[in-house]
Ligand binder design. Structure first.
Ligand code: ATP
Ligand code: MG
Length: 655
């Protein structure tokens, strides 16, 4: 880092910091230079090759893309497969039964090793158990569990028998269960007695019971014993997992599924409003999951210990803890609890224990690590790491640099991956070994994906300009629709721009053609006639040494249209006072321009986030405009919201 702090900021906020791939990495990389160009020349041919090479089909597809009824696209239409055959059976047949599928680490410190053979046996026993309860092809099964191996087993058992799963994040309340069970009309709910979180039991069964009482849909509730804290069981309705599988056979032939049969429904995390039941089908999804997992993370099944530290309740866990890694014969780490239990070095202890080679986490986690300080990673040997990934929100350049400099050997490749529940797999990301990275940008679209930035009228913007991110044309792992609401599918994603998929995010394209994700389009502020992205102001704030995390929103202002309101949490050892406040405002003014200077800054111990760790700007806007706060139960840190509201009311330092 430069001695002169101002110069360091320049480097971080501007686009001149570049990290080309090292020749050593490229020499062995799964993705080779030229891959983007070759795919761009024939995207459909690219995906056809990926799908044929990576998937073991029961019946090879003859049609790659059916685009006769846009935007209801279909891929590999007459192909037949079972996703679990690809994740398990073919590996066993090839003699990999003893290979480890999961190293599982419980929060209290217990651990389990699960081989592919054991995984296959457990999946089949549980699949037979589901059948014994009358679950069959097409039935939607709700799953509400903690991060235990049985969560993956339950999903795979559903896929085995052709019953689409609907996983509900274990941190959600009973309201979320009711909504999702009713929307998908699920008759079976799989849960745990409880899960461990920061040393305490989360009473999953209690929440499940409350939910089941409020809907008459659930006929059976299967309960895995994890915390053993003693939960009531309702006779005839509830059954223990271990009782259900006790007498079941380890043989269960995989159901033959059409490529376009529903694999699962997953509700979006609800950052912007009512969650949408996103539908994914088996063939195209598996093609996207396996190809991206291999290219983006450079997975070498014989050598790597892969760790996606997300929760399976989000799409990241579906694609990069369960389906992608298993189909790619990967050994993964799975962790039950929080990163700060029993101490703030838990992640680093796990990496050291299992010799993790690739770590995939979220900017929100990285900013927490920055806030806690480097002494925690420094306690451990992290030299096994050879690649780092991030997903979920834009990553501030400062956080990107911190990740690269402090976690594992310096200068290992960082992949900032942009995608959504809807896209099924990674859409924009550097490919290690191929793409020169720059802190703060997800760089360029994946091979076979055409991303662009357009203006209001749908015309491509010139380099150096911002606008709306769009994806031109369909791709295999795209959502097929919103469950029960085709109209909302068309309206939300395919109506704003003719013939283009609109994800709802803003982006800027730089002089190199790199894509800078700027957050949701609703978050772009209009201050005195200038478009300013919340992301840019946040990144400027985070580039100040005192700042760990910043959330920025535009609040209504008589004079300027919108005024910039910032919420800032400080790194350990710094104190929020008037001097720092003035310094931060000037810091933003010098980094971006006087127009971007926040009108108010509130120091807060934490900023409100959704359970998936995303900054909840909708709520901060309400706070800033002193509106009645809506439902905050889906927030991870609801208790701090009131404090922030009080502080925000007090802070309005205009000049
Ligand atoms: P909802 O759609 O219900 O409001 P959500 O959009 O938060 O919820 P997800 O599908 O989990 O639900 O999140 C996808 C969104 O996360 C993207 O649209 C984008 O805004 C953001 N995102 C994900 N990865 C990145 C990234 N690497 N850079 C910038 N933004 C990202
Ligand atoms: Mg979304």
């Amino acid at each position: 880092m430069a001695d002169n702090p101002t110069q360091a900021i320049e480097n971080l906020l501007h686009e001149d910091r570049k990290f080309p791939p090292s020749p050593e990495f490229t020499a062995r990389a799964n993705a080779q230079p030229g891959i983007h160009e070759a795919a761009a020349a024939d995207p459909i041919g690219f995906w056809e090759r990926e799908a044929r090479q990576r998937i073991s089909w029961f019946r090879e597809p003859t049609v790659v893309l059916d685009d006769s009824n846009p935007p209801f696209f279909k891929w590999f239409v007459d192909g037949e497969l079972n996703v679990t055959y690809n994740c398990i059976d073919r590996h066993l047949a090839a003699g990999h039964g003893d290979k480890v599928a999961y190293y599982w680490e419980g929060e209290p410190g217990d651990d389990r090793v699960i081989t592919y053979q054991e995984l296959g046996d457990e999946v089949n026993r549980f699949a037979n158990g589901l059948k014994s309860l009358g679950v069959g092809k097409g039935d939607r099964v709700a799953i509400y569990m903690g991060m235990v191996p049985e969560l993956a087993i339950a999903m795979l058992a559903c896929a085995r028998i052709g019953a689409p799963h609907s996983v509900i994040f274990g941190g959600f309340s009973s309201d979320a269960i009711v909504d999702r069970v009713e929307d998908a009309t699920s008759k079976v709910l799989i849960t745990c007695d409880g899960s461990w979180r920061r040393g305490k039991v989360v009473d999953l069964k209690g929440a499940a019971d409350t939910a089941i009482e409020r809907t008459d849909l659930i006929e059976h509730c299967i309960v895995l014993e994890r915390t053993k804290h003693g939960v009531p069981m309702v006779a005839g309705r509830d059954v223990w997992w271990h009782d259900l599988v006790a007498d079941q056979s380890t043989e269960c032939p995989p159901e033959v599924m059409n490529a376009e049969d529903l694999l699962y429904i997953l509700y979006t995390s609800g950052t912007t409003g009512k969650p949408k039941g996103i539908m994914h089908t088996g063939g195209g999804y598996l093609a996207g999951a396996t190809a991206t997992h291999s290219y983006v993370f450079d997975i070498k099944p014989d050598e790597d210990i892969w760790w996606c530290a997300a929760d399976i309740g989000w799409v990241t866990g579906h694609t990069y803890i369960v389906y992608g890694p298993l189909a790619n014969l990967t050994t993964s780490v799975m962790y039950e609890g929080t990163p700060d239990f029993p101490d703030k070095d838990r992640l680093w202890a796990i990496i050291e224990k299992y010799n993790v080679t690739q770590l995939y986490t979220a900017p929100t986690a990285i900013r927490a690590f920055m806030k806690w300080g480097v002494e925690y990673p420094q306690r451990h040997d992290l030299t096994s790491l050879r690649l780092l990934g991030t997903v979920g929100e834009p990553i501030n350049p400062e956080a990107w640099m911190w990740y690269q400099q402090n976690i594992g050997p310096v200068d290992i490749p960082i992949v900032d991956t942009w995608w959504q529940t809807e896209t099924g797999s990674i859409m924009i990301s550097p490919l290690p070994g191929v793409t020169t990275t720059k802190p703060g940008t997800a760089t360029i679209a994946m091979p076979g994906i055409q991303a662009d930035v357009v203006d209001e009228a749908g015309n491509s913007v010139s380099r150096g300009e911002g606008g709306f991110l769009v994806i031109r044309g369909p791709w295999p792992s795209m959502l097929r629709s919103i469950w029960g609401d085709d109209e909302r599918y068309v309206d939300t994603y395919w109506s704003r721009f003719d013939g283009m998929y609109f994800p709802g995010d803003g982006a800027k394209i730089d002089e190199d053609g790199y894509l800078w994700l700027l957050g949701r389009v609703d978050d772009v502020m209009l201050v005195a006639g200038h478009n300013i992205s919340t992301m840019e102001v946040e990144s400027a704030l985070v580039s100040h040494p005192a700042v760990a995390e910043a959330a920025v929103v535009g609040r209504k202002d008589e004079l300027t249209g919108q005024a910039i309101a910032a919420f800032v949490s400080l790194r350990e050892g710094f104190e929020g006072n008037d001097d720092l406040l003035a310094e931060l405002r000037n810091h933003v003014a010098t980094s971006i321009g006087p127009i971007a200077k926040p009108a108010s800054i509130v120091f807060t111990p934490d900023v409100p986030k959704t359970r998936s760790g995303k900054i909840m700007r909708r709520l901060l806007r309400d706070i800033s405009e002193q509106r009645q706060l809506g439902d905050v139960t889906t927030l991870a840190n609801a208790d701090i919201v009131k404090d922030i509201a009080d502080m925000a009311a007090a802070a309005t330092s205009d000049d």
